[in-house]
Design a protein around this ligand. Structure first.
Ligand code: LLP
Length: 419
């Protein structure tokens, strides 16, 4: 966690003591470090330096406007997966030409909106989608720029719910069919075939699956170009993992050194290269602050009940994901500290944030759930009619509120009572 450290008995993010933010804005509260986000981005920028590269932030990881604005100003494009993400990206100042549109289920309305905006590329995931996109573009007298997402059939060795590069996944076009589908796409009148892409999974902590996927994709590029088609860009997706609990993923620049070596060796080093990182740009730039409401020690388990829950931080409930949990003001270390399950107020046994954690909590203490910058706020819900948390971005000693805590009436403003 860059820029997160204890000083003088308090936990700081950059030059802001986190307890002051909890005091001022209440909890649960997401806090992000601008420097941590920009440093994560600069690892990719270094990795692609001197190349024709474009970093398209996979905004599903954290789609808060100010976060998107930060990346747009830093020159990023965006990887979007819905018409909603398209409008969000545009609202944050994204350059439409740098937007790529992924996802297996684009609707005609979403395709039209993306063509209206003039996005850079559609990452098409099936033959059926090619037909529809071609027809939609043709009806407008346009040719839609497309890349085909191919499925390299490599095992990213990550959680099954976030692994996407195997044949058994719903994503992408099977390796074996890819050349045939390219041939077909090239003949469709509403399309302009400009690239190839893949995305093999998320929270990948090793270079090997990337290198394997690269070789497989380049084999396809060889075969596709042997038929006379020329691909302007190669897109290697996202997926690079972060350190939640001692994982040691390669740094983005180190990974790209390896990838570029292979690309150069196979003669593709000068192509336009795209990446779609999400988690690795924002995950370890954010924390979620929460307050201890009750302690409930028991025979089998000790429960530490906090005011953040699975609706704020869904990853533990959904993937049994591990997030480090630390106090904002640690007391004197107690060697016999018992183990606590940190749980939220939601009425589900799956509502836990951490299990068997060595903590020494007291009611009213505040805790920070770490690695909460990615896939937390963007997956938050209003389950149990809980308003979604506020978000703050810190920049040195400056504090920016970037999302207000939801107000209760907002939660039912689109609902109607019966007459
Ligand atoms: N590109 C495509 C086509 C994707 O499907 C994804 C993520 C990304 C890029 C960005 O992947 P990243 O760099 O963030 O790994 N909610 C899950 C993660 C789902 C990832 C879905 N696709 C979690 O909390 O772990």
């Amino acid at each position: 966690h860059p820029h997160l450290a204890y000083r003088d008995g308090r936990l700081w993010l950059e030059a802001v003591a986190l307890d002051t933010l909890a005091e001022r804005f209440g909890t649960p509260l997401f806090v992000y470090s601008k420097a941590a986000m920009l440093e994560a981005l600069s690892a990719y920028q270094r990795g692609l330096e001197g190349r024709d590269g474009l970093i398209c932030y996979a905004m599903k990881a954290n789609s808060t406007l100010a976060v998107l604005q930060l990346f747009a100003r830093a020159g990023c494009g965006f990887d979007i997966v819905s018409g909603g993400e398209l409008q969000r990206a545009l609202a944050a100042g994204a350059d439409p030409a740098k937007i790529i549109f992924s996802g297996v289920g684009k609707t005609r309305a979403e395709m039209n909106a993306a063509l209206d905006a003039g996005i850079g590329c559609f990452n098409v995931e099936s033959e059926a989608e090619l037909e529809v996109l071609s027809a939609v573009a043709l009806a407008r007298g346009q040719r839609a720029p497309v890349s085909l997402r191919v499925n390299p059939n490599v095992d990213a060795k990550t959680h099954p719910y976030i692994s996407t590069g195997l044949k058994s996944n719903k994503f992408g076009i099977a390796h074996e069919r890819a050349v045939r589908v390219y041939r077909h796409a090239a003949g469709l009148p509403g399309l302009r075939v400009i690239g190839i892409d893949c995305h093999i999974g998320s929270q990948i902590t090793d270079s090997t699956p990337y290198l394997d996927a690269l070789e497989r994709v380049l084999d396809l590029v060889d075969a596709i170009e042997a038929e006379g088609l020329r691909l302007e860009h190669l897109d290697f997706g996202g997926g690079l993992g972060i350190d939640y609990h001692g994982e040691t993923p390669p740094a983005a620049d180190a990974l790209w050194r390896l990838l570029l070596e292979r690309l150069d060796a196979r003669g593709y080093g000068n192509r336009r290269l795209l990446v779609e990182p999400g988690r690795s740009l924002v995950g370890n730039a954010g924390v979620c602050l929460t307050e201890v409401l009750y302690l409930k020690p028991g025979d089998e388990k000790n429960f530490c009940i906090v005011d953040a829950a699975m609706n704020d931080l869904p990853r533990p409930a959904m993937y049994e994901a591990y997030h480090e949990i630390v106090p904002l003001r640690p007391g004197a270390a107690r060697s016999d500290a018992p183990l606590w399950d940190v749980v939220g107020p939601v009425c589900e046994s799956g509502d836990w944030l951490g299990r068997d954690r060595a903590l020494d909590p007291a009611v009213g203490d505040r805790l920070a759930v770490l690695s909460a910058g990615a896939y937390c706020m963007s997956m938050a819900s209003n389950y149990n009619t809980r308003p979604r948390a506020a978000e703050v971005l810190v920049d040195g000693a400056a504090v920016h509120l970037i999302r207000q805590r939801e107000r209760l009436p907002d939660l039912w403003k689109h609902e109607m009572l019966l007459d």
